[in-house]
Design a binder for this molecule. Structure first.
Ligand code: NDP
Length: 502
């Protein structure tokens, strides 16, 4: 067993995986409540989904996808190469020219509604598969990822026949073929965020899921087939970063949409520059979650936990920098520690699990390295006592206090369950610290005063600002960033603009 909490402040006690570590409630525990994985049937091998059919990659390459909680290989998946990208783009072009582009919006909407309903009908299957392939707790895949994916299809189905009323002129046109590259943190949800508005606007798509999480995108391809979507309207190319690079560089693509790291986003921006392709980038973040002295502490603590420990902190808009007003910092951090001690880390398929597995050994290594720099630079590290399972990739929830703005853990996206705590004295100082980042995706504010929320919202340089809540998503609400967090918006009416020649 790897022991989390070593090197932490204070004594480290021990508990069983998933056990309750809060000393106040010791003596009782939750019974295991595992979701059955029988609902999912995972094939030993998957092909690429091109022109409505699954087929091996032209070069015959495959790679494994692994359950990060157990290191068990779930399946082998085709690795797309340049010839497959050519074939998928050609299929998408033919479908755009012959079927999807000319189809009336009201007809396109019917397919989107069918996909949405199939997602709802097969929700448990999608949720279990997502948790197996990604490592996230079933509670999150079941209650957040899958319902939001379905909601996106429902929402954009409603726009498909109303594009001329969306505020983009009397007859907005689709762009053509969209190349879409998505990350591993919300595999199904990101696929829905990309596909639904593109299809509603009349584009056809070639989607490249992340290498470590291809399975729900492939199940979604099956759902597209089940919904009778004409061949070539949606194509799914599994593969590594080189497949993504080949896709975005392909001359047959009219629009590139990418969610992922700022580093790769910059590479893509360079590759697309001067080609006339339309581009949207949703990149990293280092959001400030700001707690004022008048905030209700219990609620704020729940919001802090949801802000950074939801999805193991693998969230671009995670509230990874807690800015807490100095006069209440001690009380907030004390309460936060007690709450962290009650979080349950372990089997992602257990319905009581709060914190699942880190998605890959590479990501675990990155979180471990950046956390070590926090200690080396002088911040104080603390984790609740909890045991990490022997197999799989795990990182205990961690908070750093005594963090200064120059520390790497206050500046860089860790993308893990690691919170940096900083303090401020005045609202002006909170704004200055919150904006002291090259990113600008999201922020949170906890205060009783509505006027202060409005004052802050005018000053924070962030695309999304949550007030007295955090990590709330709605398909009708635009999402996107400033600066190194990218440009363009997904969701809402704004999300259509990215896929229309308006
Ligand atoms: P990447 O940005 O590398 O991956 C995102 C997607 O882009 C994946 O599908 C990836 O494929 C693909 N890709 C990789 N290289 C290229 C390229 N040159 N051209 C086109 N597509 C490419 O993220 P990583 O998974 O490597 O994670 C690295 C770090 O990025 C994380 O530690 C985290 O900090 C951050 N990140 C941020 C996200 C966010 O939403 N803000 C999301 C994911 C990661 P493949 O999976 O095969 O590499």
């Amino acid at each position: 067993m790897t022991q989390a909490g070593e090197g932490a402040e204070g004594p480290v006690s021990r508990r069983e995986p998933g056990g309750h570590a809060d000393g106040l409630s010791a003596g009782w525990d939750y019974a295991p409540a595992p979701e059955s994985r029988d609902i999912v049937s995972i094939a030993p091998e998957y092909g690429l989904f091109v022109a409505g059919e699954f087929a091996p990659a032209a070069g015959g390459g495959t790679f494994s996808t692994v359950n990060p909680a157990t290191e068990e290989t779930l399946s082998r998946v085709a690795a797309a190469g340049p010839a497959d990208v050519d074939r998928a783009v050609a299929a998408a072009r033919a479908a755009y020219d012959q079927v999807w582009g000319p189809m009336p919006g009201a007809e396109r909407a019917k397919y989107l509604y069918r996909i949405a309903r199939a997602l709802q009908e097969r929700a448990r299957e999608f949720a279990v598969l997502e948790s197996l392939d990604n490592g996230k707790p079933i509670r999150e895949s079941r209650d957040v990822d899958v319902p939001l994916a379905a909601a996106h299809f429902f929402y954009y189905a409603g726009w498909a026949d109303k594009l001329e009323h969306a505020g983009f002129g009397p007859a907005p046109r689709p762009l053509g073929v969209a190349g879409q590259v998505i990350p591993w943190n919300f595999p199904l949800m990101m696929a829905a965020w990309k596909l639904a508005p593109a299809l509603a606007a009349g584009n056809t798509c070639v989607l490249k899921p992340a290498e470590t999480t291809p399975l729900t995108a492939l199940l979604l391809a099956e759902v597209c087939h089940q919904a009778g979507l004409p061949p070539g309207v949606v194509n799914v190319l599994t593969g590594a970063g080189d497949a993504g690079a080949a896709l975005v560089a392909h001359p047959g693509i009219d629009k590139v949409a990418f969610t992922g790291s700022t580093e790769v986003g910059k590479e893509i921006a360079r590759s697309v520059a001067g080609t006339g392709k339309k581009l949207t980038l949703e990149l990293g973040g280092k959001a400030a979650n700001i707690v004022f002295d008048d905030a209700p502490v219990e609620q704020a603590v729940e919001g802090i936990v949801n802000g950074i420990f939801f999805n193991q902190g693998h969230v671009c808009c995670a509230g990874s920098r807690l800015l807490v007003q100095e006069s209440v910092a001690g009380a907030v951090v004390d309460r936060l520690r007690r709450r962290l001690a009650s979080l349950r880390l372990g089997d992602p398929l257990d319905k009581n699990t709060d914190i699942g597995a880190v998605n890959s050994p590479e990501q675990l290594d990155k979180i471990t390295r950046l956390s070590a720099t926090g200690e080396a630079e002088g911040a104080r590290r603390w984790s609740p006592p909890c045991r990490l399972p022997d197999r799989g990739y795990w990182f205990a929830p961690t908070i750093f206090t005594g963090v200064s703005q120059s520390h790497r853990i206050a500046r860089e996206e860790i993308f893990g369950p690691v919170l940096s705590v900083l303090t401020f004295r005045t609202p002006e100082e909170a704004v200055a610290k919150a904006n002291n980042t090259p990113y600008g995706l999201s922020a949170g504010a906890w205060t009783e005063k509505g006027s202060r929320i409005l004052w802050l919202a005018q000053r924070l340089r962030a695309g999304v600002i949550w007030a007295n809540t955090y990590n709330r998503f709605d398909p009708a609400s635009p999402f996107g960033g400033y600066q190194e967090s990218g440009f363009g918006r997904e969701g809402g009416r704004h999300g259509l603009a990215a896929y229309l020649d308006a």
